[in-house]
Design a protein around this ligand. Structure first.
Ligand SMILES: NC(=O)c1ccc[n+]([C@@H]2O[C@H](COP(=O)([O-])OP(=O)(O)OC[C@H]3O[C@@H](n4cnc5c(N)ncnc54)[C@H](O)[C@@H]3O)[C@@H](O)[C@H]2O)c1
Length: 263
């Protein structure tokens, strides 16, 4: 599908992988609706790109009403620009590590589990769900009759989760698992689904990692021996949008790395 002249909705667009995705899609001639809780980061990106090609909407993806407002506002903006929705990149996500049983023998609090699942799984699906009634009516693009693309962001943790990643792995595994049924539900509308599962990438999320953890992860990398760059993630998103044969698949983007059990 062409990127030029189409609007892409990117949750988590104010930072890291989402922000790099927006920069890439803008470079390819797209428009961006930036959805994030982080107003400062979102507005800074609009300033960088220009307000004729991007707009920021403050959203908490774990809140259905908040998404509903962003859908309404994005569609009003699309009406103004005439640049139809081309896709959704659901990159908003959180990771709060906790072992299921701590060193005192106490089980983890379900509040932490619900928090991660609500943002990573429910938030991604709710965002897609609320844009779909509009997307299925978008004028299809020749020659295949394509209407749009959905990009979900899973993780290496979906396959080789580390100690303390029960919640995060559950959420990212869910996104990997639902990729195929979502694809099958949307095929008749000419909407594709591509899920990307990155390993360690430089971003706001991983900037919080200690040097010790970072060094131990670098030791188990295959090639190259460094974290991925957000731009490298963004290039895969772009291919996911432009290449119509990418559908119903989970792409591991990890330089061959498999996460170890022990650090
Ligand atoms: N960086 C990595 O190594 C890595 C690896 C695998 C998967 N991922 C996934 O990539 C995605 C992007 O993460 P990142 O690494 O760029 O991290 P990041 O922290 O730089 O960006 C995440 C963005 O999501 C936003 N966000 C968080 N909760 C939100 C909510 N409830 N509503 C709206 N926005 C919210 C944050 O404000 C932030 O701007 C996440 O889903 C993450 O799980 C990252």
């Amino acid at each position: 599908m062409k990127i030029e002249g189409r609007t892409f909705v990117v949750s988590g667009g104010a930072s890291g992988l989402g922000r790099a995705t927006i920069r890439n899609l803008i470079e390819a001639g797209g428009y961006a609706s930036i959805l994030d809780m982080n107003e400062e980061g979102g507005q800074a990106l609009v300033k960088e790109i220009g307000s004729h090609r991007s707009k920021f909407f403050q959203v908490d993806v774990s809140d259905t009403e908040s998404i509903a407002q962003a859908v309404k506002d994005t569609l009003a903006w699309v009406k103004e620009t005439g640049k139809e929705i081309g896709g959704i990149v659901a990159a908003a996500g959180v990771s709060t590590p906790a072992k299921i049983i701590d060193r005192h023998g106490d089980p983890f609090d379900l509040k932490g589990f619900d928090f991660v699942m609500n943002i990573n799984v429910r938030g991604s699906i709710d965002l897609v769900r609320q844009f779909l009634p509009h997307m299925i009516k978008v004028e299809p693009e020749a020659p295949d009759g394509e209407r749009g693309v959905i990009i979900l962001v899973s993780s290496s943790a979906a396959f080789d989760g580390q100690p303390g990643q029960v919640s995060y792995s559950a959420s990212k595994g869910a996104l990997a698992s639902l990729t195929l049924p979502l694809t099958r539900d949307l095929a008749r509308y000419g909407i594709r689904v591509v899920t990307i599962a990155p390993s360690l990438f430089d971003s706001g999320m991983t900037a919080l990692m200690s040097d010790k953890v970072r060094a131990s992860l670098t030791r188990v990398m295959e090639f190259p021996l460094r974290p991925g760059k957000p731009e490298e993630f963004a290039r895969v998103v772009r291919e996911g949008v432009e290449n119509s044969m990418l559908n119903g698949t989970v792409i591991r983007l990890d330089g061959g790395m498999r996460m170890p059990s022990k650090m």
